[in-house]
Design a protein around this ligand. Structure first.
Ligand SMILES: [Ca+2]
Ligand SMILES: [Ca+2]
Length: 470
């Protein structure tokens, strides 16, 4: 009898331990914007409005030097959710099928690790931006994921340019209901989920489709900006018409991706250029509002104090800087990804750090913070938990961004270094030149800095899985 009592007591204690350890594990909300650059989030383009994210930053740690592993949607997300760099997977370009090819077809995703570790997984919107096998997609999330898409697309009269992609290029204040936008529908679903009781901790991914083009957004967001830019600088502050003069030929190649868009709506057509920037700003403020709906729902919920909230973007965006639109470059415009992380209990709320981080670091960081099971594959990133505990410690690891085999960039707190496949280089001093106008690579004064950053260049680049530039 005594033996049975002792066994029961042990079991009860074990159960209590399991329940309490589950209860202590934080929830996680990961909000990923699509193509959001630094204009509003880091206040680099005065007048760009992001009031919800401004408030969020007061409750979080803001990383002023946060970068993507790859400056386009699919590869950036492949790196984020696998914890592997593009040079180790071959997922360099959009248009490839990274999750249906080796090695990623057999690599566990961050979502799957959360699920295996006892979390409820919930997703909505743009998440992987590449097809997974159907069974795997369904098994990853506990909810029935509604992705939505880039629409609503531009009506004919608002389109700029020609060809198949014209429904994506132009600006249109949307007169229809908010529910025409998947971002709004998904924010409402997320808010609904946050009202419910959840026994297990949860991992929520809310993937926005904006500010990615087409630049359609509810009309009220367009009305927050003057179409003629009477009260805002134009062109944007990072534009310099002589900027390309000191860029090596391989770099010029990247500035010409989406060249037809620059032709139709750049320097030669300032009215169209203004219209594009106007649309991007409206969509940025719309994305800010959408993210804000989810954060406000969390703040009203019982999970407010025990949830890690990560706001980030899959890549940045050019609006004419370096005579280029969109992303697909390793310059600051496309590589810098607005990022702030709110810790449980609002630890280090409002702190801003210049220590560099990379989206590749997300996987090992969440593994550590949430006590997730180990993966079979070795993660490429570095856990930034020491930085979250003390954002001011010295963090030496620079952030690596690549775009295609042998297009390499390293960014530390002060400098960006770039090397192209032919060995040509660029170097920018961010203490003096945030917009990367003056290439210092030829100046012998910077030899040591160049050598230091060049050492981070991968020794081996796996064969590309294919795809297309841009
Ligand atoms: Ca993107
Ligand atoms: Ca320049």
């Amino acid at each position: 009898m005594k033996h049975i009592t002792r066994t029961l007591l042990t079991l009860a204690l074990l159960l209590c331990w399991i329940i309490s350890s589950f209860a202590e594990r934080p929830n996680v909300i990961l909000i990923i914007a699509d193509d959001m650059n630094h204009y509003g989030f880091y206040k680099t383009y005065p007048g760009t409005k992001t009031p919800y994210l401004d408030s969020f930053k007061e409750t979080a740690i803001t990383f002023q030097n946060a970068y993507c592993a790859s400056p386009v949607c699919g590869p950036s997300r492949a790196a984020m959710f696998s914890g592997l760099y593009p040079h180790n997977t071959g997922a360099y370009l959009n248009g490839a099928n990274p999750w249906r090819n080796a090695p990623l077809n057999e690599t566990e995703t961050l979502v799957e690790v959360f699920k295996r570790s006892g979390y409820t997984t919930w997703g909505a919107g743009k998440i992987f931006h590449a097809q997974l096998d159907e069974g795997r997609e369904k098994a990853k999330f506990d909810n029935d994921v509604y992705h939505g898409g880039f629409g609503p697309y531009l009506d004919e009269e608002y389109q700029i340019g020609d060809g198949n992609s014209k429904k994506f290029w132009g600006s249109q204040p949307w007169e229809g209901p908010d529910s025409d936008f998947p971002d709004v529908v998904n924010a409402e679903s997320a808010a609904e989920f946050l009202k419910q009781d959840h026994e297990k901790p949860f991992f929520m991914i809310y993937g926005l489709w904006r500010p990615h083009n087409p630049y359609t957004a509810p009309k009220r967001f367009f009305e927050m900006y003057d179409e003629e830019f009477k009260d805002m600088q134009f062109p944007p502050p990072g534009y310099d018409e002589d900027d390309l003069n000191d860029i090596p030929p391989k770099g010029l190649h990247f500035s010409r991706i989406w060249g037809h868009r620059w032709e139709s709506s750049g320097k030669s057509n300032p009215e169209n250029w203004k219209r594009i920037v106007w649309g991007y700003l409206a969509c940025t403020t719309f994305a800010d509002w959408s993210a804000g709906q989810v954060i406000e729902a969390l703040d009203k919920s019982r999970y407010a104090d025990n949830t890690i909230v990560i706001f980030t973007s899959d890549n940045g965006y050019h609006l004419g800087e370096k005579d280029h639109f969109e992303k697909a470059t390793v310059w600051e415009m496309a590589a810098l990804t607005p990022t702030a992380i709110r810790m449980p209990g609002f630890k280090n709320a409002g702190v801003v750090t210049k220590n560099p981080i990379n989206t590749i670091d997300l996987f090992p960081t969440l593994t550590e913070l949430c006590g997730l099971e180990a993966t079979e594959h070795t993660l490429d990133g570095t856990s930034i938990v020491p930085l979250l505990n003390d954002p001011h410690i010295k963090w030496k690891q620079p952030a690596i961004t690549t775009y295609g085999p042998e297009v390499f960039s390293a960014k530390n707190t002060h400098y960006r270094y770039i090397q192209y496949p032919d060995g040509e280089e660029e170097l920018y001093d961010h203490d003096k030149d945030f917009h990367e106008i003056h290439n210092l690579a030829g100046d012998p004064k910077y030899k040591k800095i160049i050598e230091e950053l060049r050492a981070y260049r991968p020794k081996h680049w796996v064969t590309s899985l294919g795809g297309r530039n841009g």
